[in-house]
Ligand binder design. Sequence first.
Ligand SMILES: C[S@@+](CC[C@H](N)C(=O)[O-])C[C@H]1O[C@@H](n2cnc3c(N)ncnc32)[C@H](O)[C@@H]1O
Length: 278
Amino acid sequence: MSDPSLTLQPIGFIRTPKQVKFQTPHQPTESVPESSVLELLPDCHYEEALSDLAGFSRIWLVWWFHRNSPWRPMVLPPRGPSQRRGVFATRSPHRPNPIGITPVQLLGIQGRVLTLGPCDLMDGTPVFDIKPYIAAYDSFPEETNGWIDEVDALHAGPPTFSVTLSDHAVVQAEWLWTHWQIDFRPRLIELLSRDPSPHRTRRITRREPDGFMIGCGAWRAIFSVSEKAITILRLEAAYPLRFLNDPHKTGHMPDRAAQLAYHAQWPQEEIRRPTQQG
Ligand SMILES: C[S@@+](CC[C@H](N)C(=O)[O-])C[C@H]1O[C@@H](n2cnc3c(N)ncnc32)[C@H](O)[C@@H]1O
C-alpha cells in the first residue's frame, strides 16, 4: 500500500499578542478591538496569490494547532458541564490532524502581509491556507447545533456568580498590568462568573484552605466561593522559582521574566507545584 501521509507546507505564520492558550478565546471575540498580522513567506508568489482578495471583508484561515498534545477521541470542552464529548463533535485542538479553521475579518493587505481582526490563534501559529468567506456558501444560521445548543440554553441569561477581587488581588493585578502589560482579569471574570466548579479543561481545582484555584496561562488565581459570590483572593505565578531559575529548563516558559519579578515582589507566597502552561 502506498504511504497515505501527506505533506503540507505553511504559507505563513500569524503574529498575535497571545502567547499562551489562556489568553486566546475559544472562538474569536468579535467585540474586542484587536488585530493580528499574518505574514506570508517570501519568494513564493504569494503577493500574486493574494490579488482580488481585498474586496472580501472576511476570510477563512486554515491552520495547525502546533502547540498541542496528542489527540484524544473524547475531550472535555471548556464550555458546559464536566462532560466528555467525541472530538469530532467539538472544535477541540486535540484532533487526529490538528487543523484549525477560523473565519476572521480582513482589515488590509500590504504586499504579502495581511492585517486581520480578532482571532483565536496563538502567536506563531502556522497557517496553511486562506479562502474567502462567502456568506451565501458558508453561513447556515438555521441549522441545529447539538450539545452546543443545550449548553447555550443553560448559559442564557446573566452570569450566575458575581466575581470581585480582594484589595490584595487588585494591587497584584495592577502591578502586573503596570509593569508587564499582563491582564487576565476579563477572561478570569468571564469564566468564573459562569461556573467556578472544578473542571480540568478550565483548569479549576480545589486548593485548600482557601477554596479553589484557576490556572490562567503562566499565572493562577486563588479564589473562594460563598453562595453565588466569588472572591479572587490573590494571584500567583504558576512556576516555582526553582523552575524559573533552572538553566536546564530550556523549553518555552511564558512570561518568565514577569514571573521572576513577581516572585521578588511577593516572595512570601508559596508556590506549591509547577503546572502545565495552557
Ligand atoms: C477551540 S479552538 C478552535 C479553533 C478554530 N476556530 C476551529 O474551530 O478550528 C481555539 C483554541 O485553540 C488554542 N490554540 C490557538 N492556537 C493554537 C496553537 N497554535 N496550538 C495549540 N492550541 C492553539 C487556544 O487555546 C484557543 O482558545
